[in-house]
Design a protein around this ligand. Structure first.
Ligand SMILES: Nc1ncnc2c1ncn2[C@@H]1O[C@H](COP(=O)(O)OP(=O)(O)O)[C@@H](O)[C@H]1O
Ligand SMILES: [Mg+2]
Length: 247
């Protein structure tokens, strides 16, 4: 179990009051395992991707009401990041001011069970919207606001590249979420899923290619190309459906 020490705002409330780091870590671990048990029992699904299922934590005491667990169940060994690597990349991105879910802890046991506990993003992914699984959020039903959202999403991607030196490499519409602010109801773009991301200095071939130990090469789509596709798809979707939204 690895705990992200910058996540104290989500961590068990008493954990950081203890002087002995070890005890603190053990208590937090016990509490997080109890949280995970409950997540596994309830199986309230938030989303499903290629490698993982993501479950919401329905907190009986409403103490940590905004966390979720990504259970990595279909990870391809050698290709994607494990839960700890993904947590570290999320933390790195956050430290560089990129809006990604706040990671809390990661876990990996000897049987290969892996999960990542993180902040739940309040809103749908762009893919959920395009596939009509979720209604277009009200905050985006205006051409100017949609444009602002897309510009901000592009800026977040640039920050990820230039400040954090991270390339996402799987930046399709399912990995861009619309975070809805609970108070203002405004939309903000949130980049998720750093499961295939890699530290890199530029969008060159080296960053976008992996060679596994057996010599097999994998090529990844450039983030800029993936984002341009999402932008075009969302604008097309908007144009096609906007009449339905005007009362
Ligand atoms: N922090 C989060 N908050 C809310 N929903 C999430 C969060 N992380 C992931 N999801 C949902 O779960 C889906 C799968 O998660 P993701 O990290 O993309 O896994 P995969 O590596 O399998 O693609 C996402 O497309 C999204 O719908
Ligand atoms: Mg994904």
């Amino acid at each position: 179990m690895s705990i992200n020490r910058s996540a104290l705002e989500y961590a068990p409330s008493h954990a950081h009051e203890k002087p002995e780091i070890r005890r603190e870590q053990e208590d937090a671990t016990r509490e997080i395992i109890a949280i995970l048990d409950r997540i596994e029992q309830n199986r309230s699904e938030l989303g499903r991707g290629r490698t993982a299922d993501v479950f919401f934590y329905d907190d009986p005491e409403r103490r940590y009401s905004k966390i979720c667990a990504k259970l990595i169940i279909r990870r391809e060994e050698g290709y994607s990041n494990d839960a700890l690597e993904e947590m570290e990349l999320l933390d790195d991105a956050r430290q560089n001011g990129v809006r990604v879910p706040h990671p809390i802890c990661s876990y990996k046991d000897q049987e290969g069970k892996e999960f990542l506990i993180m902040e739940t993003i309040n809103g749908p992914s762009i893919d959920d919207i395009l596939k009509h699984r979720v209604e277009m959020p009200k905050a985006l039903r205006d051409p100017k606001k949609l444009q602002t959202f897309l510009d901000q999403a592009e800026q977040e991607m640039e920050k990820l590249h230039e400040e954090a030196r991270i390339h996402h490499r799987d930046f399709h519409s399912g990995n861009l979420m619309v975070g809805i602010d609970e108070e203002t109801r405004e939309a903000e773009p949130v980049i998720i899923d750093l499961g295939t991301a890699k530290k890199g200095w530029g969008d060159d071939e080296e960053t976008y290619t992996d060679v596994d130990p057996r010599g097999k090469t994998t090529f990844y789509p450039k983030d800029k190309d993936s984002f341009n596709q999402t932008r075009a798809d969302l604008i097309k979707f908007f144009t096609k459906n906007q009449n339905e939204w005007s009362e």
